[in-house]
Design a protein around this ligand. Sequence first.
Ligand SMILES: [Zn+2]
Length: 398
Amino acid sequence: MTLVREGLLGPSYLYHRRLIEQSKTWSPDQIRAYQEPWLGRLAGRYGDAVTDKENYRRDPRRYARWNVPLLTHTVRTSGTTGVPLRFRADTLARRQKERAYLFDIWSRAGYAPNDLRVHYRGDASGGLFRFDRLENVWVVSPAATVEEELGRLRTWLQTLPPFFLHVYPSSLFTFIDLVGEDLFRRLPVRGVLAGSESFPAGEQARFEKEFGIRIAHWYGHTEYAVLAYQCRECHGFHFYPTYGHVELLPSDIEDGCRIVASSFNRMGTQFVRYDTSDLAVPAAGSCPADHFPRASAVVGRSQETFVDNAGRKRSLFGYAFGEDLDHGPFWDQIRDVQFVQDRPGFLRVRLVAEPWVDKDQIRRAFERRLPMAELDFEYVPVIERSPSGKRRYFVNAL
Ligand SMILES: [Zn+2]
């Protein structure tokens, strides 16, 4: 049954599905042997300098292969941070390829092709919820989850058969809030699929333990140049060597390396040594799972960096959400947090907290984590979400 259903997903899907399975057994040499011809072709066409968004914005035609209508189409990245970018993507094969890799990632939470999903994401086209038959997914629109509609949302959720909940890491707890924790615990949620952005350290483990639900988590980006699954063994990120090529290069941000990506697509825009402006910490040692290139953590976007009291840029994720806050009830006291920087060396910490919290303890904990900045605390009833329901952890008002 599974094979028949998977056959419907297309030839590129099946091709990549096989490639993924094979690559899991490859040695580092075999991985290099697969990647080198791709990298050689890219370097021959475009040179081997590191590129950034500006290169593709200034000269989009240069990097676009098979730039023909129908074969490729324009993709526009969301402009939540910085200026949006337009590029061309392969119409036929890209979705199939993408699906092969995502399904592999999602299988870590128990997902099998075509299992039912409920996707909580920015999409206002169909009201509160709409069904996409092709994808076997219910799409719930964050913009429509206004107070008057929550009753309807809760009633409807209770009619669903077992499903996988597909969210952004930053909207998982928003969703639980909207539904109510008691009801959420009763829903037949088989697993959570949460990618694209980082979880604050500890939040993922805390969720899995408290709710007994597994999370499949990954790192990817809208340009489709590299993709990494989060490993259940080493908790780091493994970059699929057949999807694209990753380099972790030094950055001017403390403890963070730049994720530089080269895409392995035949059609559409080819990203070559593209600085994603995301940051990662390289992994030490090896992992028994496979020989994929690894990072021990993805610490967010370089836009999510603050300037400390010495004028040094630091990644907020690494400091504010570090592991040692994970233990004990610290995060249980805090429902939401946002950091605002309006002058160098200074951060305003906006917090949504239970009324019973120990504010001194919270202040001390953050001061321990962020001794290189002066902190000011503000307790607020709620922190505004973006229209797609995402949290904004950091506001750069410099
Ligand atoms: Zn691993």
